[in-house]
Write a protein that binds this ligand. Structure first.
Ligand code: DCP
Ligand code: MG
Length: 614
């Protein structure tokens, strides 16, 4: 048994089914033979136990009650007793050995299935589109990928095999009981329908309560995750008490739902115990009457009293099993809600040229709105860029600048109009190709908690030499900062390493894009809050980066955009001004002119202040 025989990835989309039990059955996929083997092992183990009771009967009737004269194989009494003892020991060994073997198989299959499931979910979630991610809470996703997967693991290691075990135990013992005394056997399961009724009722209750509980658990982990991510905001507003109160409220609700679930759960056990206890007692009395009337031997009665426990045990456990299965089924539904999501097709477009793009971009009447939004975010946007030119986007916050540039790598699909790239409709390109050709310095750069070296060489799909990384870092004006860190390029970013400033993160990203060497560059800069020196450095780094590429630059400072070939001024999703700096500056009372006037006035005042301070 080892996992190398199995691919560690399995497409769980094929397990989708409206009937959750069918879905769970499909999830077992390649592991079914192992489940069968595990169940058979348990059956062997169960039969060894039952055989023990037959041995007991033989011992009681032929040795204890009998004369001892007719011992087989001409053994004397001592030898015979030793043989019987060895028989019991052998059976115990078989029983235990096969139970262990079955346990191992169960562990192997359950861990195997859930390992695949985790791999699948990680892969699948990465492939879902932006709108899914923006409307889904991270805490909820994490919950489904951990706690719900774990519930399935328990289902596969215990319940899935438990069913086989319980049915086999029941069948084996019932047949054995029938061979002892038919009437007694039937009498022993007289309470079965009643037990089943109770079980079904509890199953429904527990499923519902478990659903409620998991839902609240997701709420709680979302609250936790958001507070950890946004801890700075919370502290900045000194809002800890409010957040702590909110968490306590959510936590109390989880406590309440958890309590309800457990109470229901723990009610089932004593209730079924009570019914089965009466059943057991009635069987013992009935059996005793049969023995007194000499319808069965004392040995048979002894065997019966042992065996009947192993007949009722499966009944009670089947109930518990069915009840526990509800957790697996609820988790199945929750995981399938993710699995159902349509993936963003990476290579749907037919066009995927072998070489790089030239970078000519034409927007014709493009309108766009977010799938979950009601209003248009962009309205009939039209403009044209030649290869290697620079387009600057200006406009107040929320005017649609980031939304516009995000259309280029096809992060979102626009509704009307057309975007042509090198004369080909953007929608005809495969997303994968487009994303290789476009480099983005995001508005809020994100770095992984890995070394700076890994962050710079991220996602390039080839081995990057150390000197290449250094050259890129130098060009991005971040090299000096990096070597001042304790471990240089090996310094970890984030919790276990250094914390980078916004400007430093941005420059690490610029270095990354320099190495990626895309034909189209998008620079979404809203951090106008860096100091003059850093800004000059970033601008120099950016100029190096822009050389020979079609560039989209979003900035708030006129100085940054003055040299652009085309400036687009956006307002509420519309282009209100379009042209070069020279053309726009002469338009009196325009937004551009106003921005220019205000910014130059501020700069002049600053200069005067600085010179006075000297
Ligand atoms: N919007 C949305 N859903 C998103 C992102 C944005 O509904 N996932 C909305 C919010 C704004 C509009 O779209 O009303 C434009 O948002 P942008 O992010 O494109 O705005 P800017 O980039 O121009 O703003 P800023 O300068 O603040 O970055
Ligand atoms: Mg933006």
């Amino acid at each position: 048994m080892n996992l190398t025989n199995f691919s560690t990835y399995y497409d769980f989309r094929s397990t989708l089914h409206t009937n959750r039990l069918v879905g769970l059955w499909r999830m077992m996929a390649d592991f079914r033979p192992y489940y069968l083997l595990a169940a058979i092992s348990l059956a062997v183990s169960a039969m060894a136990k039952t055989a023990g009771f037959f041995l007991l009967r033989y011992f009681a009737d032929n040795v204890l009650a009998g004369t001892g004269s007719s011992l087989p194989f001409s053994l004397n009494l001592t030898q015979f007793l030793i043989a019987i003892a060895l028989g019991f020991m052998g059976l115990a060994l078989v029983e235990g050995g096969f139970a262990y073997f079955s346990g191992r198989l169960a562990a192997f299959t359950a861990e195997g299935v859930t390992r695949r499931l985790r791999n699948f979910l990680f892969d699948h979630i990465q492939r879902l589109n932006f709108s899914y991610h923006s409307k889904t809470k991270t805490g909820d996703l994490i919950e489904r990928c951990t706690s719900d997967v774990d519930a399935l693991r328990r289902f596969f290691s215990q319940q899935a095999i438990g069913v086989g075990r319980i049915i086999l135990l029941f069948v084996v013992n019932f047949i054995a009981l029938l061979s002892l005394h038919t009437g007694l056997a039937w009498f022993s399961i007289i309470s079965l329908p009643f037990i089943l009724l109770i079980t079904v009722w509890f199953f429904k209750q527990i499923t519902k309560r478990y659903e409620d509980y998991q839902e609240q658990e997701a709420v709680l982990s979302t609250t936790l995750q958001e507070n950890l991510t946004g801890v700075r905001v919370v502290k900045a507003f000194a809002n800890q008490n409010y957040e702590i109160g909110k968490f306590e409220k959510d936590n109390l609700e989880k406590f309440r739902r958890g309590k309800l679930l457990l109470i229901t759960h723990s009610l089932y056990w004593p209730l079924s115990q009570f019914v089965l206890g009466i059943q057991l007692l009635a069987g013992y009395i009935f059996g005793a009457l049969l023995t007194i009337n000499a319808e069965i031997t004392v040995g048979t009665y002894l065997a019966y009293s042992g065996m009947v426990i192993w007949l009722l045990w499966p009944i009670q456990n089947l109930g518990r099993l069915i009840v526990d299965t509800s957790a697996g089924m609820v988790s199945y539904t929750r995981i399938m809600a993710i699995t159902k999501q349509i993936r963003e097709p990476l290579s749907d477009g037919k066009v995927s040229p072998a070489g790089p793009l030239k970078g000519e971009i034409v927007f014709e009447d493009v309108s766009f709105k977010y799938s979950d939004g009601s209003a248009e975010v962009l309205n009939s946007i039209s403009f044209k860029v030649k290869p290697g030119q620079t387009v600057a986007l200006l406009g107040s916050t929320g005017s649609g600048k980031t939304s516009l540039v995000n259309l280029l790598p096809r992060f979102h699909e626009y509704s009307n109009g057309k975007i042509m790239l090198d004369g080909v409709d953007l929608k005809d390109y495969s997303r994968k190709y487009l994303r290789r050709q476009i480099g983005i310095v995001e508005q809020e750069p994100f770095l992984f908690s890995r070394s700076i070296r890994e962050n710079i060489s991220y996602g390039l799909g080839r081995d990057i030499r150390g000197d290449e990384i250094e050259a890129a870092a130098k060009a991005a004006a971040i090299h000096e900062d990096i070597i001042s860190f304790p471990d240089g390029y090996s310094t970890l970013v984030g919790e276990r390493g250094v914390t980078l400033s916004g400007g430093q993160k941005q420059r690490v990203t610029i270095a990354r894009i320099l190495l990626k060497n895309p034909r189209i560059l998008i620079f979404d800069d809203s951090t106008s809050s860096v100091d003059m020196d850093t800004e000059a450095e970033i601008r120099a780094a950016l100029n190096r980066l822009m050389e020979g590429r079609t560039t989209f630059i979003i900035a708030h400072r006129i100085q940054t955009v003055m040299n652009a070939d085309l400036i687009l001024v956006l307002n509420k999703g519309n282009i209100v001004q379009k042209g070069s700096h020279k053309e726009l500056i002469v338009q009196k009372d325009s937004i551009y002119r106003q921005m220019f006037d205000i910014q130059t006035r501020i700069d002049e005042e600053l200069e005067i202040e600085v010179s006075q301070a000297k």
